[in-house]
Design a protein around this ligand. Structure first.
Ligand code: OOG
Ligand code: MG
Length: 262
């Protein structure tokens, strides 16, 4: 760790206030170039603790920047991990108030729900599939708190990987019998197809993203608890949305989900 405890607490408050008030900030590594990975995750953990202290709950975990399309779009080269809070959950077919956010974008994702705990190191796709209860389509709404969505990996980790809202579908399908690599993903905005992909865009297989998360948590002595919802990362580039937009995601063999921005 390179940053003092009071600096970490201050940066967590700074970023969480930006999220709660819906305003942007400059990326924090500009003022703290010495910040390391431990500092970045410590800031994210402090944001999580602030939310829990306010009565919010952690309802899932997420991996981000797991597809080449996303890595290329954001100019980075490795995945990042964050948490999903209950206050960010939106019902399938629900409405999100655009003005509460800064510059929201939507991404099509394949989410997993586990029936068994997953613990690394050495977690692999087979272990993930064996521990999976079902898969479910998800639209993630990301809203980097950083000006113009411009950041480096440590800044985005501290900002809880741009997590802002998420919607999961209401059809849960067991992973057995599905080929998640070839599962087609189609995201429409206002009836127009805006993003097309297949599950393999995410690290070759979306279950690989869950395995990577388990192995990452193992380095911190943690596991993914049974019952956890996991967003495996955008299959395609994220697409900016405006008030009035209706977003619909269809994932082949799994189902659909939708959300509207008011
Ligand atoms: C970081 C979060 C990326 C994904 O699915 O790739 C993410 C960002 O691009 O702002 O959630
Ligand atoms: Mg995402």
């Amino acid at each position: 760790m390179k940053l003092a405890a009071d600096v970490i607490a201050g940066l967590a408050e700074h970023l969480e206030q930006a999220q709660l008030q819906g305003h942007d900030v400059v990326k924090i590594t500009d003022a703290h170039p010495e910040m390391d990975w431990e500092d970045a995750y410590a800031i994210q953990d402090t944001i999580r603790a602030r939310k829990l202290a306010r009565g919010d709950r952690v309802v899932g975990l997420k991996a981000g920047l797991t597809s080449h399309a996303k890595m290329k779009q954001m100019g980075v080269e490795s995945p990042v991990f964050g948490f999903l809070s209950e206050s960010f959950a939106v019902a399938d077919g629900g409405v999100i108030t655009h003005a509460e956010l800064i510059h929201p974008k939507v991404e099509p994702e394949i989410a997993f729900v586990l029936k068994h705990e997953l613990r690394g190191p050495g977690c692999h796709i087979g272990a993930v599939l064996a521990a999976t209860d079902f898969v479910i389509p998800a639209i993630e709404v990301i809203d980097s708190r950083y000006r113009d969505f411009k950041f480096d990996l440590k800044s985005v980790v501290a900002d809880n990987t741009s997590s802002a809202r998420f919607v999961v579908g209401s059809s849960a399908v067991p992973a057995e019998g599905l080929d998640l690599r070839t599962a087609g993903v189609v995201m429409e905005i206002n009836g127009e197809v805006r993003a097309i992909g297949a599950g393999a865009a995410v690290l070759g297989h979306p279950a690989a993203s869950v395995a990577m998360l388990a192995n990452f948590l193992a380095e911190r002595g943690e596991a993914i608890p049974a019952g956890t919802l996991i967003l495996t990362g955008g299959v395609t580039e994220a697409v900016a949305v405006k008030p009035g937009d209706h977003v619909q995601l269809r994932v082949q063999g799994i189902g659909s989900c939708a959300v509207r921005f008011a």
